[in-house]
Write a protein of this length. Structure first.
Length: 307
């Protein structure tokens, strides 16, 4: 959670500050779904606080609704300018910031961020949406914001805003993004996958993978083609055989973790994180593997929760 001191309304207005803090978890959840970046999400929430300081709070009928739409507007602006800031190699695979927690449970501060099964696979799909589509879908489908309130944010009519959300919904529903509810069963499948990878057991790997499985790897923009996307059980199984080098033979240590509330793995060497792997297990098979191995972004993640 962002611990920077607030610098918006007057410190004397303790009541307003307290009200803002009650809404902060939901605001961070909105921003995380919109941006897929923990740092940018905190920046968006901070900007909402600053804008509240410039507003006449006595004229705000519903502070929660007002703040949610402000965060939505800030995030929309960030999404629209992101392309010019971020170098996209061919293929454009981008794995959003994962939320890593211990296997014995999610930190209370992370619960709002992970509500509604917000796994990495879903966030990757959201990255493929146009900014206005993403805003309409996140605010309406995930936070029940009426289209009448979304329309001014995207400069459309409520009917057009509804169509934006509908297009986004079709994209999301067309891709397996929701993991099985039983995390223990997820872990069994992931452990079997890792064992087959280390043992070079190609047939077992294929059996654990959905025929339409997708593996996405984001190593950052420094060394193209650093971001890759591989489709199909056999192709992913072939690629996964290299995972054996992440173990003892390659000096890497694999630690079990929850990645966005689902079974995952953190790979490190000499205390330095090398990658975070998020698995989406649906109907007992792996339908998606999302790997963040960008050194710069890994360095910003708080992995001390695993210590």
């Amino acid at each position: 959670m962002d611990e920077r001191p607030l610098a918006g309304p007057s410190p004397a207005d303790d009541f307003l500050a307290e009200r803002f803090e009650t809404h902060r978890p939901q605001l961070r959840a909105v921003a995380y779904r919109m941006l897929g970046s923990l740092t940018e999400a905190d920046d968006a929430v901070q900007e909402a606080w600053l804008r509240l300081g410039r507003a006449d709070s006595s004229r705000i009928e519903s502070l929660g609704a007002w703040l949610t739409t402000v965060v939505g507007r800030v995030c929309l602006d960030l999404l629209r300018t992101r392309a010019s800031r971020r170098e996209e190699p061919l293929g454009g695979v981008y794995v959003p910031d994962p939320i890593v927690s211990r296997e014995d449970g999610v930190d209370p501060e992370q619960e709002a961020l992970l509500a509604d099964s917000v796994g990495l696979a879903l966030l990757v799909v959201l990255e493929t949406l146009a900014p206005a589509e993403r805003l309409a879908f996140v605010l309406h489908d995930m936070f029940a914001v009426p289209f009448d309130e979304i329309a001014p944010l995207v400069g459309r009519t409520p009917t057009a805003a509804r169509q934006l959300a509908s297009r986004a919904r079709r994209r999301v529903r067309g891709t397996p993004t929701v993991p099985d509810a039983d995390v223990g069963r997820q872990r069994e499948v992931v452990d079997a996958f890792l064992a087959a990878s280390r043992g070079g057991d190609f047939d077992s790997l294929v059996a654990l993978l959905d025929p339409e499985v997708v593996l996405r790897a984001d190593h950052g923009a420094a060394a193209p083609p650093a971001r890759r996307e591989i489709h199909g059980a056999e192709a992913v199984a072939n690629q996964s055989l290299t995972f054996s080098r992440l173990g003892a033979g390659g000096g890497g240590v694999l630690r079990r973790a929850l990645v966005n509330g689902a079974a995952g793995v953190v790979v490190s060497r000499e205390g330095r994180p090398l990658s975070v792997l998020g698995f989406t297990v649906t109907a007992g098979r792996i339908v998606a593997i999302d790997i963040l191995a960008d050194p710069e972004r890994l360095a910003r993640l708080d992995l001390t929760v695993l210590d």
